[in-house]
Design a protein around this ligand. Structure first.
Ligand code: HEC
Length: 460
């Protein structure tokens, strides 16, 4: 009948612990407010330390009961427990001392300071148990976390690379990340709810308080799976309903892994799973469009000078220092005007010189702009001669030569360009209909042909 009392008292631990903290902190404050030989606060300090000591004892007892009934491992709670008991004993001692001498003795402030430190440290250890050791670390910026030696990717959940996923180890690379994200906060070596540790395979094999959780080859006999598909309201449903719930694909991946035998050996590529199951977790590699080199920002004044000269000049984004320049309202720009762009040599990533007066001579100037990524030379005097000079602009990705005189032969000279992705040649000799050879970049020639429709050839 009274079986429930101990576990219940254990569950009060997280609430009870605040009592000694409050009493003792109050007592410690009064100690520090006291002056030598002054007895104004003595009675209050005495009472605060006595109540604090008693509350600390109750906290220690309830903490021990919680450890007994809630599946915590002794290794994870032992220091918290020892320090909690020490806090209780030390408070009693300080109460005894002030009672005996009836004054603030020498070193009493120092000892009270030590009590404060002890209490703080005990509380911190307790917090680590409930919230995990990284509780205070997680909100920090990733760089700070890495600096402190914490891995920031540990609990990100399942991520599957776009290429080469067949080689992933089913358990280690798929199942464990799902468990890490969704189960490990309650089922780890420190905090074993249901006496179950899911933080690694060997621990998982040991099962929990109801026995094994994995029956290889038989998901329906494995509580590791069946608990996931119980109705959310069911008390046995995992993860408990207030936590992040698994996606159906994650559940399906776990089920399939158990069906395959639930071992650590199988590879994802041999598992015969539907690719749609993996789709939500595929991480597309995003390579940034503009160069990743760091450049200093262009002083506002320099931008203003450019604008006053008639250029359209703007930062490309707030995250970077790259700028774009267009001569859309400066068609007078010519081969002689390049030095105006000198102040932004490093930062210029997007340059539109369409419909300006430039000629092939300008190609020599472009070498000085190492980070140029997009270059528009539409409707200019560019003939195509000397186009190979652009090979030096290694960051160039998109080149616009619409309505110029370039030919396919000219474009040949760019064949081995290290970065070029697209070249636009609408309305040029290069856009003629004869098939171009294979280029290392994509040639946008603009001569789209509609596919033949069946109806075109039907004779009525
Ligand atoms: C918020 C805490 C929490 C999370 C998160 C959580 N569990 Fe549990 N789990 C518990 C508690 C508490 C128990 C013990 C009570 C019970 O048996 O329902 C338990 C028990 C279990 C058991 C039964 C162990 C046994 O032998 O009695 C299994 C299996 C289980 N959990 C699987 C999982 C899986 C798989 C996940 C992640 C998908 C998960 N749990 C996430 C709290 C959690």
């Amino acid at each position: 009948m009274i079986d429930f009392v101990f576990p219940l008292f254990g569950r009060f631990h997280p609430i009870l612990v605040h009592l000694p903290i409050g009493f003792l902190a109050f007592g410690i404050i009064l100690v520090f407010l006291s002056k030598k030989g002054e007895n104004k606060h003595l009675d209050s300090i005495r009472l605060a330390y006595l109540l604090g000591a008693i509350a600390a004892v109750l906290s220690s007892i309830s903490g021990f009961l919680q450890y007994q009934y809630e599946g915590f491992s002794w290794e994870s709670v032992q220091f918290h427990f020892y320090f909690g008991c020490t806090t209780a004993l030390f408070s009693f001692y300080l109460f005894y001392e002030i009672n005996k001498y009836n004054s603030i003795t020498s070193f009493y402030k120092l000892k009270s300071g030590a009590l404060f430190a002890l209490m703080l440290f005990t509380g911190h250890l307790g917090g680590n148990i409930t919230h995990g050791e990284t509780y205070l670390i997680e909100p920090l910026p990733a760089e700070v976390q890495n600096f402190l030696g914490y891995e920031t990717t540990a609990n990100k959940g399942l991520e599957i690379p776009e290429i080469g996923w067949e080689e992933l180890v089913y358990y280690e690379d798929v199942v464990q990340p799902i468990l890490n994200q969704n189960c490990s906060s309650c089922h780890n070596s420190r905090n074993k709810k249901g006496n179950l540790d899911l933080s690694e395979y060997n621990a998982l094999l040991k099962g929990g308080e109801d026995g094994l959780v994995l029956t290889g080859g038989n998901p329906e006999q494995s509580s590791l799976f069946t608990r996931l598909v119980l109705p959310k309201e069911d008390d046995d449903h995992m993860p408990p309903k207030e936590k992040r719930q698994l996606h159906s694909e994650e559940i399906e991946l776990i089920k399939h892994w158990i069906s395959l035998g639930g071992t650590t050996e199988s590879k994802l590529g041999d598992a015969g799973i539907e690719p749609e199951l993996l789709e939500p977790f595929i991480k597309k590699e995003e390579t940034p469009f503009y160069p990743t080199t760091a450049v200093s920002s262009v002083p506002e004044d320099n931008l203003n000078v450019l604008k006053e000269s008639g250029f359209f000049a703007e930062p490309i984004s707030e995250e970077s220092n790259w700028i774009m320049i267009s001569c859309i309202n400066l068609s007078s720009f010519s081969d002689a005007d390049w030095e105006k762009l000198n102040p932004v040599k490093e930062q210029l990533a997007f340059l539109d010189l369409s419909r300006t007066q430039i000629t092939d001579q300008s190609l020599d100037e472009l070498v000085g702009f190492p980070n140029l990524t997009v270059l528009k030379l539409n409707e200019t005097g560019i003939s195509g001669e000397g186009l190979e000079k652009l090979l030096k602009n290694e960051n160039l990705k998109n080149l616009y030569l619409n309505k110029t005189q370039v030919t396919l032969e000219h474009l040949e000279s760019l064949r081995n360009h290290p970065g070029l992705e697209k070249v636009f040649v609408f309305d040029t000799p290069a856009s003629g209909n004869e098939l171009a050879g294979e280029f290392s970049f994509y040639l946008e020639r603009g001569n789209y042909l509609l596919p033949k429709l069946a109806t075109d050839t039907i004779v009525y």
